[in-house]
Design a protein around this ligand. Sequence first.
Ligand SMILES: [Fe+2]
Length: 168
Amino acid sequence: MVNTTLQLTPQLGLSDEVRLGLADIFKRLLADEMVLYTKLRNYHWNVTGPTFAMLHELFEEQYTELADVIDDIAERIRQYGVMAPGTLAEFQQLARLSEHPGEYPDARTMVANLVADHEALVRTLRENEETMDDDYEDVGAQDFVTGLLQRHQKMAWLLRAHLEGGAA
Ligand SMILES: [Fe+2]
């Protein structure tokens, strides 16, 4: 008879402390990504002004990319044998990025807000990478986090270029 308790805990060569610590890092990241995803959809719907068409499309490209990122993060949490948070209530509790309900900034401020969020995520991901290096060593997680950092850095630049051109 197979011991199902053993079977249900992934045998990844990680201690429980590391496995659960990594899952916690990814839960908070997932929540931040959900906040940014929602903000991008909000701005996609509500952007106005002469740069409407360009930004409407750019915001859609970014939330489409984040949908992919969000799925990868949630599925990574599951790979550590932990349930992924999947409710707005939990995301709100776990997220570090903030929302501004009822506010509809002008196009330039929308872009600036999104740049700030992407860059905050880049800094968080850099810290997460360091934590993994020091305490939660898992080469798979470090590689994944580095990939996310690069994606957010690029998305931040795509938006920042609008601000620097003075167009948005
Ligand atoms: Fe749309």
